[in-house]
Design a binder for this molecule. Structure first.
Ligand SMILES: [Fe+2]
Ligand SMILES: [Fe+2]
Length: 200
């Protein structure tokens, strides 16, 4: 990859390493959150967290490969100075922490990394940072909806008639409130799919 500076000594390679470390941690955090969701009976939310974890690990892999495919020699060690959040709390607090983390990646960190990559002439890397930022923004919006519903105790309640679906057996029913036990497979309410407005 040709840029205005040597890739191996660029700020971009460091930012890729910073972002890689961050994405791996995000993947771990979503796996921790999935475990917490499972323990608290939010089975469907657990599967959402696992999908988020998978997305973050895919981002990590893309970033890792941008380093390994473009450095001119094998790099023993990339030294970085970076800070990462270490917060904990209730499941609601954890979701809030994740929202804040996604927001900072989407609105500032990756946009800044993209600009630096573009300044250094690595437009391909800049594009990847912008694409990841846009996914993190979707993660943020998804989690914000779950957070708002969970906080107001409306995960499975709605003011209008809503179609609820059991993620275990596929049973569907339209009403203002989801069942507490699925009439078809007897799984608890935590298996009911959380309806997310994708804005599509
Ligand atoms: Fe990510
Ligand atoms: Fe994310």
């Amino acid at each position: 990859m040709k840029g205005n500076v040597n890739f191996d000594e660029s700020e971009t390679i460091k930012n890729l390493a910073r972002a890689f470390a961050g994405e791996v941690q995000d993947g771990a955090r979503y796996q921790f959150l999935a475990q917490m969701a499972m323990q608290e009976g939010y089975n469907y939310f657990q599967s959402m967290c696992k999908t988020l974890a998978k997305n973050e690990m895919a981002h990590a892999k893309t970033l890792y490969q941008l380093i390994t495919n473009n450095c001119t020699k094998s790099i023993k060690n990339i030294e970085i100075c970076a800070g990462y959040p270490f917060k904990c709390g209730s499941i609601l607090q954890e979701i809030k922490n994740s929202i804040e983390n996604e927001q900072s990646e989407a609105d500032s960190v990756y946009i800044e990394f993209a600009k630096i990559a573009e300044d250094e002439g690595f437009s391909e890397v800049g594009k990847v940072f912008r694409e990841i930022a846009s996914v993190e923004n979707c993660h943020k919006m998804l989690l914000q909806q779950v957070y708002d519903k969970m906080k107001s105790n409306k995960l499975y309640k709605c003011t209008k008639e809503t179609k609820w679906k059991c993620s275990n057996c596929g049973f569907e029913h339209t009403s203002k409130q989801a069942w507490s036990i699925c009439p078809l497979c007897s799984m608890p309410q935590g298996y009911v799919e959380i309806s997310i407005d994708t804005g599509a």
